[in-house]
Design a protein around this ligand. Structure first.
Ligand code: FPP
Length: 252
């Protein structure tokens, strides 16, 4: 039997949205500007998206800001992104805190500079008690990394005698994953036209509705988000059941 907690099948507004913010580079290229300008425009789109989630009562928003593979980009672009993160952490955190946003980072943060790590920790501590929206920034994150770190954590529990190998089921293993204490993502959005998950939340997206749009991330505004939400509201989420069973569970 599958005893992992499943999302409820009937919510018209996603409780948790996960986004791959793709297309910053192409947006800049179309304007004959350096890629870093695209990332800056992308940061503005992040703010618009946070505003809309607060307005709609979305509980959690997870953004793929920097993948474990993004270190392979030209040093100049990686440097510009790091500067952008530092500036955002300096400029935006207090305002997000004032608005009740809890900030979290997921991913292997030891690869970031001490400056960035200190600011990440400060942002998390400052906003830990907030409940309006949980904003998770995936930074140096990879879905396979998450699986490995969860398996490693479970192995340590076994070694310490706190967990029996036969007691490892989906729910127990799931408790070692990033975001385990949040509702599972209901809606995944990828901008920029590619139809890939790109090593994002591999475990957590098992039952998620996938939405792909050609819109480049810097152009992803309220109207674009509303289109995604409208599309989500039309989906029938069956979680392995059939339509008739769903109708019995939640009579209209
Ligand atoms: C993908 O576009 C985007 C990124 C690798 C970086 C995302 C970062 C931001 C939106 C900046 C601000 C974020 C925060 C959380 C402050 P791409 O460069 O791969 O675009 P392309 O596919 O057109 O080349």
């Amino acid at each position: 039997m599958n005893d992992s907690p499943l999302p409820t099948p009937d919510s018209p507004t996603p409780r948790h949205i996960a986004i791959i913010m793709d297309g910053n580079g192409r947006w800049a290229k179309a304007r004959h500007r350096p890629r870093s300008i695209g990332h800056r425009a992308g940061a503005r789109a992040v703010n618009i998206c946070i505003d809309a989630c607060l307005e709609k009562g979305v509980q959690a928003l997870t953004l793929f800001a920097f993948s474990s593979e993004n270190w392979r980009r030209p040093a100049e672009e990686v440097g510009a992104l790091m500067q952008l993160f530092l500036r955002a952490l300096d400029r935006e955190v207090d305002e997000l805190h004032r608005r009740g946003v809890r900030i979290r980072f997921i991913g292997e943060r030891s690869a970031f500079s001490p400056d960035i790590q200190t600011r990440m920790a400060r942002a998390e501590t400052l906003t830990a008690g907030n409940r309006q929206l949980t904003l998770c920034i995936a930074a140096n994150y990879g879905g396979r990394w998450d699986i490995v770190q969860a398996a490693r954590a479970a192995a340590h529990e076994v070694l310490a005698g706190r967990l029996a190998p036969d007691d490892i089921d989906e729910a127990r293993l799931g408790s070692f994953f990033s975001l385990h204490d949040l509702p599972e993502p209901d809606l995944f959005i990828r901008t920029g036209g590619d139809l890939r998950i790109s090593n994002f939340l591999l475990w957590q997206l098992a039952y998620c509705e996938l939405y792909f749009t050609e819109v480049l991330w810097p152009d992803f505004d309220r109207a674009a988000l509303h289109l995604a939400l409208k599309d989500f509201a039309r989906r029938e989420r069956r979680f392995g059941m059939i339509s008739e069973q769903l109708a019995q569970e939640s009579p209209a």
